[in-house]
Write a protein that binds this ligand. Sequence first.
Ligand code: ZN
Length: 105
Amino acid sequence: MIIRKVKKNDKVLVITGKDRAKTGKVLKTLPQEGRVLVEGVNFVMRHQRPRKTNEKGSIIKQERPISIANVKIICPQCAKATRIGFVRKDGGKFRVCKKCGAEFK
Ligand SMILES: [Zn+2]
């Protein structure tokens, strides 16, 4: 079972790699791959070939997904990068901030 620690629209802190210490919003989660797409993180240059002969090729900057292991969730309550726990309550599953104990969906 895949535990969905990170969800779309979460704010995360990158803890490793070339974008270490950057923060951004999760645009997309790829649970099958264990990756997330984070706004403004892990930009890769892509060369776009000209489609017509009179068109110039261009370079597009695009975010690429990074491993979930490389990010930490920023708690919406205490605004600190934190580890996440889970609780079952009122028939639902909530995530819990390990630092301040705040529960959130
Ligand atoms: Zn917290």
